[in-house]
Ligand binder design. Structure first.
Ligand SMILES: [Zn+2]
Length: 422
């Protein structure tokens, strides 16, 4: 619990420093299926413009702020982002102005601060634009503001961990019930990569309920949700009682699922513990300790394959780098579905494992029945020990996938909602 609290709290503190209020919208009762319970955000920041002037030489508008500091906005950018009803469809917050109608060399006839604290621009073709001060402030072009805005939107700063990690924990029912708990859960899922939820019922359907809380789950060839059990004629190595080496799920798909939920409905009599490793941390260690191996994993494509029948029949084939991109954004590693066709063994991840900084044992002891692991499938490698089930009650996990777009979307909405209600 301690790690979760401190991570979530520090994430919240970091986020508050660069808050971005949302626009007002329908309340939760007005939209069917809406999964954020609180009302929409009220803007918290209030910025005032002291003076404004056009710098014709640079073709920029300079805004000086009441609180100190100034921001520069290019003429063309202002014209392109005019918020008037002719140029913007307000109900969708979407641009109507066609690029064909945008004069990228536009000048500017006049600029002034209005009584209601907007920056008003008169263009040479007599079109006028009025920009809200807060709206402008949030779009400041300074490098620091851009960095803060990017981090606010995408939360790419991660807390790397090794075997010392105390896995963040939250209560399943509370996450369903309470927006702040749900936000803390998603913030920790993004920052740390794994959150252990306790207290779900020991029956199928919990992963789907949690996915509903976010948006919707990702359908794959293994179905909307999937049952991890020892099955005869298993169409996946997970559906046996054998050990599962560390892996990411589904690199056989070019767009692998971003997030995974794994719910323990019935534990094994013996063994079956889940293990996890922070793939981003491993990659960082590898970059330092064996730069050539790191470069190889970042550059050589490995073939993955997955063939069988489940939700329907499938014959997947993909080519992926084990470490996607120089700044590590995704790990693709799955020995079971690595194809025989191509990719030297060294590139296939053989060098990745010896440097791993230690597993975290997370779930599937008998005391974990009902618990659920939610984790970043683009980052963590997970596996399990082999196991033996009781004759009358087989080990049973239910799993589901989501994608990061949907998860980050819910996170941003929850953040707006929680701040608005604070
Ligand atoms: Zn306009």
């Amino acid at each position: 619990m301690t790690d979760f609290t401190s991570n979530a709290a520090s994430a919240c503190r970091a986020l508050r420093a660069c808050r971005r209020p949302g626009r007002s919208g329908p309340t939760s009762m007005q939209l069917r299926g809406q999964q954020t319970l609180g009302s929409a955000c009220v803007p918290l920041a209030q910025h005032s413009v002291r003076t404004v002037r056009a710098l014709d030489e640079e073709r920029m508008v300079e805004v000086e702020w009441e609180g100190g500091g100034h921001s520069l906005y290019p003429f063309t950018w202002l014209r392109d982002n005019c918020q008037c009803p002719l140029c913007t469809l307000d109900s969708a917050q979407a641009r109507k102005l066609s690029m064909l109608d945008l004069d990228v060399h536009t000048g500017l006839d006049a600029v002034e601060v209005t009584n209601d604290n907007k920056v008003s621009v008169l263009w040479p073709d007599r079109h006028t634009s009025a920009f809200d001060a807060d709206w402008l402030k949030r779009r400041c072009f300074s490098a620091a503001a851009r960095r803060a805005s990017r981090e606010e939107l995408f939360l790419n700063q991660r807390h790397y961990w090794d075997s010392e990690l105390r896995v963040p924990t939250a209560d399943f029912q509370e996450v369903l019930r309470d927006d702040r708990a749900a936000l803390d859960w998603l913030l920790a899922l993004r920052r740390v990569g794994v959150v252990h939820l306790t207290g779900a019922a020991t029956e199928r359907g919990a992963v789907a309920r949690l996915a509903e809380r976010v948006g919707y789950l990702r359908l794959t060839f293994y179905g909307h949700t999937w049952q991890v059990q020892d099955k005869p004629m298993a169409n996946n190595v997970a559906y046996t009682s054998g050990k599962l080496g560390l892996h990411t799920d589904y690199p056989a798909m070019h767009f692998a699922p971003g997030v995974q939920f794994l719910h323990c409905i019935s534990a094994a009599e013996e063994g079956g513990e889940s293990e996890m490793v922070d793939g981003f941390h491993m990659a960082e260690l590898l970059r330092r300790e064996d730069p050539e191996a790191f470069r190889t994993l970042c550059s050589v494509h490995v073939d993955f394959t997955d063939t069988g029948t489940d939700y329907c029949d499938f014959m997947l084939q993909s080519k992926k780098k084990s470490i996607a991109e120089g700044r590590v954004v995704r790990i693709n590693y799955n020995n079971a579905t690595r194809d025989s066709g191509a990719g030297p063994p060294r590139a296939a991840g053989a060098t990745l494992l010896p440097v791993h900084p230690g597993y975290v044992d997370v779930m599937n002891r008998r005391e974990n029945v009902g618990d659920m692991l939610t984790f970043d499938n683009w980052r963590l490698l997970h596996g399990r020990r082999d196991y033996r089930s009781r004759a009358d009650r087989a080990r049973h996990l239910e799993g589901a996938y989501l994608d990061w777009d949907e998860v980050m979307s819910r996170l941003r909405i929850l953040r707006s909602s929680v701040r608005g209600n604070a």
